[in-house]
Design a protein around this ligand. Structure first.
Ligand code: ADP
Length: 285
């Protein structure tokens, strides 16, 4: 097999149990090199568990996974070097400056001091925070902290960046700035695997998306292709206390159907949430 045919991430029949809880139930999935892949599912569906196994922070109960061809268990040192990981919780040292936080991370990866210093300047410039290098982290906003965490994860030049709910709790305008940064990192050649329960985040960012529900993979595909399995337009109809949604290829068809209903209705574009609900009977958010 030639090098660039190898998937960036190869997950094979992966299961994880925490005592009686089956967090993952035999998930198989491949992510292509250079892809921006979104792993979408409600809270508790197993997204973080998957990332933890891929980045060497948790061990599978069964099955295995490879990052850039390295087995996450048997070749964990090489596998970990392929990965940058931005966890969901803000975990910078608030008392230290931005550059000190990055420097410590570089030393943990045994990078050479001069190289770390050059990389810090380059990355802070990249994320637009070079002027905050000497600021204590506690003085930064939530969005700035998230950007510093992304810079920190990129310090050792990983091939794959894992982002666990990268915009959770951020204002919509800040969220869009993080999206732009994520897109730029992908354009610069890094494979990106992100988890989210924000439908619009997956729809906006992802080349492909996987739906996860209760530890099981429901489907994988390109957002637009998944949406078009239902149709392009949705008609929401209120019937008593219930709401029912019908799907149509065109807006005209949806509107024609709508006027036959006496109650209130709305016509809108179909989204990934519709696809998720139609496949699982559950909401993502
Ligand atoms: P998600 O990231 O999709 O919210 P998680 O992977 O965090 O889901 O969790 C999947 C399931 O595993 C949940 O039921 C969660 O409560 C459980 N779980 C996760 N981590 C642990 C742990 N360390 N110990 C026990 N149960 C856990």
């Amino acid at each position: 097999m030639i090098a660039n045919e190898r998937p960036a991430i190869d997950i094979v029949e992966l299961s994880k149990n925490y005592g009686r809880i089956k967090a993952l139930k035999g998930v198989s999935l491949q992510v292509h090199s250079g892809e921006l892949f979104a792993y979408l599912g409600p809270n508790g569906s197993g997204k973080t568990t998957t990332i933890k196994i891929l980045t060497g922070l948790a061990r599978p109960s069964a099955g295995t996974a490879y990052v850039n061809g390295f087995n996450v268990e048997k070749d964990s040192i090489h596998a970990k070097r392929q990965c940058g990981y931005v966890p969901q919780a803000l975990n910078l040292d608030n008392e230290l400056t931005v550059e000190q936080n990055l420097y410590i991370h570089g030393r943990l990866f045994h990078l050479e001091k001069g190289y770390i210093k050059d990389r810090i300047i380059m990355l802070l410039d990249y994320i637009g925070l070079l002027d905050r290098a000497k600021s204590p982290v506690k003085e930064l906003s939530g969005g700035m902290k998230r950007r510093v965490m992304i810079a920190r994860a990129l310090l050792h030049e990983p091939k794959i960046l894992f982002l666990d709910e990268p915009t959770v709790g951020l204002d919509p305008s800040i969220r869009r700035k993080i999206w732009a940064l994520i897109k730029r990192i992908q354009m610069d050649g890094t494979t990106i695997f992100l988890t989210t329960h924000y439908i619009e985040e997956a729809e906006f960012l992802a080349d492909r998306v996987a739906f996860l529900a209760e530890g099981t993979l429901v489907t994988v595909g390109k957002p637009q292709e998944l949406i078009e399995t239902l149709g392009r337009w949705a008609l929401d109809i209120v019937e008593g206390e219930h709401m029912k949604t019908l799907y149509f290829k065109t807006q005209e068809e949806a509107k024609t159907q709508a006027i036959q209903y006496p109650g209130s209705f709305s016509v809108r574009p179909v989204n990934l949430e519709d696809v998720f609900i139609s496949m699982t009977g559950k909401k993502v958010q």
